[in-house]
Design a protein around this ligand. Structure first.
Ligand code: AMP
Length: 282
């Protein structure tokens, strides 16, 4: 497994593979890998000759009041997991590699970032779209795999790839969960034991919604109110949003008629946790 720390080395590595006629699968991450990340590597490995993982905690997707400085890191363990998952190259740049002092170009989308997480994290998706554009130009993958846990991010990347004509196939990986249903996340590391117990409220609230929909409830305001009351019955929770929306445009819906996305963000202690599911009337 090669470890590349500069853009020039990563680009040269990928160019060399391409000259040899090899294809590249790519999984971008912020590190502190867990089984969710590994599942994306498992999807990518059989699809191409080479499998590239990037680890970069991208500062431009955090606002000043967020957890950039506290973001967990364990590079030794990440490299161990990467090796076991069959990664052939790890791109491990530092901030100065990605953003020089005269950096001034950013990628923004018009509509998709206005919903869900974009409302409480206004700078987030501009930072994501910019860094993913840069990573695509550096790694030059044929296929890139993103988790459906960050459903809005995946939608934004798909739109950006289409709009900006990247010749890259985007694949969404299913959400990997702990046994009790909590979606795996690097940010789960911030949870105290008591907060960890409360963190199941997100997946359970989704289950509650699915149950109500199966019983015939279709009114989104009623469903959201019930989910919110349920979540607030857990200690240490604050609801950021619960939205039921169109799975492609992310526009809110009032009545569940067709396949619909339910997405939510809940602050549990210091961790802002997200989860989502596609639902449809049976
Ligand atoms: P992150 O390191 O949090 O930026 O995530 C890197 C990639 O892993 C993103 O595409 C995430 O959507 C994906 N990911 C994170 N958690 C999970 C999970 N529990 N299941 C599947 N994919 C995930």
């Amino acid at each position: 497994m090669d470890i590349l720390k500069t853009k020039a080395d990563m680009q040269a590595w990928s160019a060399d593979k391409k000259r040899q006629g090899k294809t590249i699968s790519f999984v971008p991450t912020m590190g502190y890998l867990h089984k969710g990340h590994v599942s994306l590597l498992d999807i990518g490995r059989p699809l191409s000759d080479e499998l590239v993982l990037s680890i970069f905690v991208n500062p431009t997707q955090f606002s000043p009041d967020e957890d950039l400085d506290a973001y967990p890191s364990n590079t030794a363990n990440d490299l161990d997991l990467a090796q076991k998952a069959g990664v052939t190259a790890v791109f491990l740049p530092d901030k100065s590699q990605m953003y020089g002092p005269d950096y001034q170009t950013h990628v923004f989308l018009d509509h998709l970032p206005q919903y869900l997480c974009g409302r409480s994290r206004p700078v987030h998706f501009g930072g994501v779209a910019t860094v993913v554009t840069k990573l695509f130009n550096i790694v030059m993958p044929d296929v890139a795999i993103f988790g459906k846990k960050d459903f809005q991010q995946l939608a934004i990347i798909r739109q950006m790839v289409k709009d900006l004509d990247f010749n890259i196939r985007i694949i969404g990986g299913e959400i990997i969960r702990e046994e009790d249903g909590l979606a795996m996340s690097s940010r789960n590391a911030y949870l105290t034991t008591a907060q960890r117990a409360s963190a199941v409220c997100l997946s359970r609230a989704i289950s509650l919604l699915k149950q109500r929909v199966a019983q015939g409830v279709r009114s989104v305001p009623d469903l959201v109110r019930e989910m919110e009351t349920f979540i607030l019955s857990f200690d240490h929770t604050r609801v950021d949003y619960i939205e039921v929306c169109h799975p492609r445009t992310l526009e809110p819906v009032e009545i569940i008629q067709a396949e619909t996305l339910v997405a939510l963000a809940v602050q549990v202690g210091k961790s802002r946790l997200i989860d989502n599911a596609l639902i449809g009337p049976s």
